[in-house]
Design a binder for this molecule. Sequence first.
Ligand SMILES: Cc1ncc(COP(=O)(O)O)c(C=O)c1O
Length: 365
Amino acid sequence: MITVSKFVRQHIQTLAPYSPIVPFDVLSEQLGRPIDEIIKLDANENPYGPSPKAIEAVNSLPFPHIYPDPESRKLRALLSGFLNVPAEQILCGAGADELIDLILRLVLDPGDAILNCPPTFGMYAFDTAINAGKVISVPRNADFSLDLDRIQAEVVKNRPKIMFITSPNNPDGGVISDKDLKRLLSMPILIVLDEAYVDYAGADASRMHWATEHDNLIVMGTFSKWAGLAGLRVGYGAFPKDLMPYLWKLKQPYNINVAGDAAAIASLQDIDYLQANLQLLIEERERLSAKLSEISYLDPLPTQSAFVLCNVTGDKQAGDLKQTLADHGILVRYFNKPGVSNMIRISVGKPEHTDKLIAVLKELE
Ligand SMILES: Cc1ncc(COP(=O)(O)O)c(C=O)c1O
């Protein structure tokens, strides 16, 4: 008998697992409710789903038995117009998640460091650990703004190679200012700006085109949120020209499957439909925030994203609240760690989701 687990790379042996979401059918069993009675406000998915044209494209794939275009040529050409970035600087991934891993595989030698500003999206630190890198944490200020002086000091002292900045940030929904982003870009470090939720922050909020003007900036986006394609896994990024040849070498040839490719292309051909849904979600976010602020034990934070982060106050515990809501078929995220202690994050849903949520929250007053 040979103990094959001893062959596992050392740093993987000690890696803490990532806890992903639970799929609908499993949830339905766990909660003892049919899927259509579950209100899923825990993973910032788009409750309106894809454009009908994207669904039609997936349902009528001409060549599902043939490998996809490894260069996603048509998709990248359309993205170029949408993002105002030359196609030569665009690369697509199986979700922005794949791009995060790809970027880290590109630049990290074992022991190299990234700079991370928690509380933020968990994949940056997780993928760094997978790539045997170190994380230098510069926690955000109490209002979730960046501690720029400390960031600068860490960049000078410990020379991390990459810094991930999420704007709007997950979990609070705050946006980085032009001034702060410019200050970060003046530092000797590669900046990855994750704009997964930028479309919820208004028409001109994206800095995607900045990637054509700054040699040390990558900007990432995703079809998961604005286009409702989270299950089809298509993300994109605008990269410095210098990095492109290496990224092409590194990426798996068929990372974007034909269904995701077709759905993403159809989405870019049906922008008005998707924009109208986004507008509904932005309006609903404002209504949700106003209603949450009327709940005596919740204190919602300002947000420009697809979710509202709330302090849980009084004698209520965020973990208990999450569980009670789940018992009513409503799923939210809760946090209880430094920077986000006793908080819940609620994704924006349809108006009927808000109404049901608020009714349950009121009962608990
Ligand atoms: C900040 C942020 N970036 C990236 C992602 C992942 O996006 P994708 O579905 O394209 O992998 C998420 C998903 O929730 C996110 O919150």
